[in-house]
Design a protein around this ligand. Sequence first.
Ligand SMILES: Nc1nc2c(ncn2[C@@H]2O[C@H](COP(=O)(O)OP(=O)(O)OP(=O)(O)O)[C@@H](O)[C@H]2O)c(=O)[nH]1
Ligand SMILES: [Mg+2]
Length: 334
Amino acid sequence: MALNLTPDYFEAERRYRQARSPEDKLAALEAMLRAIPKHKSSEKKQADLKTKISELRHALAAPKHKGASVDPYHIERQGAGQVMLAGLPNSGKSSIVGRLTGAPVRITEFPYGTALPVPGMAFHEDVPIELVDLPPITPGHVPGGLANALRHADVVLAVVDLAADGLLEDVETLLGVLAEHGIGADPAEEGEEPDADLSHMRVGPRIFILGNKLDLPGAADNLAALRELRPPHPPIRAASAATGEGLDTLLQELLTTLDVIRIYTKEPGKPPDKERPFIMPAGSTVEELARMIHKQLAENLRFARVWSSHGHPGQQVQRHHVLHDRDIVELHSA
Ligand SMILES: Nc1nc2c(ncn2[C@@H]2O[C@H](COP(=O)(O)OP(=O)(O)OP(=O)(O)O)[C@@H](O)[C@H]2O)c(=O)[nH]1
Ligand SMILES: [Mg+2]
């Protein structure tokens, strides 16, 4: 006899396969058990699920012994995208993340002050962007977890100290270390124009060189020299964590790079919710917005009204209508 598994079950099973932490796996298994039809033919499957759930609960409750700890470099992606700061010791990574996000980073006058990653949320206008402070990297000293985290970031900021005597060398060293770990090694990052046919296949993060400590004597001259001598990719940006100079522009640019739109929703007869926009990839549709809110809403969607600078106010649109940044959307379902 067939098991007659429901869409809810398949959804939970998909979550189980994609779960990265034991906690997520457990939650997905519990959802699978709730969703599985309770009849004779599914008894074996139910028992399997119960065994797996009990094993996982045990594993989670057990005290963690050395070596079995959770990967500290696994940081959940949040907001418009994940931006990781990689750099040689003392370049000011923690200072930048601290200033822009208020996260509890450790800033020290001596190198190697940061031992573990610290995530925080920076805001450009009302869009949250996740910044992650990382321990320093040097040739031969890149923890596997850190390299892996960098490869999964949306953007990597290669942070250098603009006032350092060996700035040019520092930049080459840092980019070399990153390239060795498969970060930023594609031709588009090596000074050539991105190949139009291949650009959509890009995997891995975008890279920016971020010169910090722009406030210090000599930094501006060093920056000018760097700009003259380096190829145009990766692009070079400059800032000062001490004065804040350049940081607004940096966030603005990160937002452009992440290529997201913010959508405000409203209910009929009410003003829009301007507090918490939905952040979606550029090109998203009304249907995708509905799905983000609830799967059922997407299925029952009849039409939407959109207030946009790209159409007349309250225009009625269908589910495949493409949204623009700052559109206000009223969803109507059956
Ligand atoms: N003048 C000036 N000093 C800065 C700036 N940014 C950071 N510093 C100083 O540089 C030193 C190192 O700063 P951190 O933010 O700890 O540097 P880091 O890159 O996180 O260092 P590690 O974690 O050891 O790799 C501290 O003394 C900071 O106060 C800046 O923009 N201007
Ligand atoms: Mg640090």
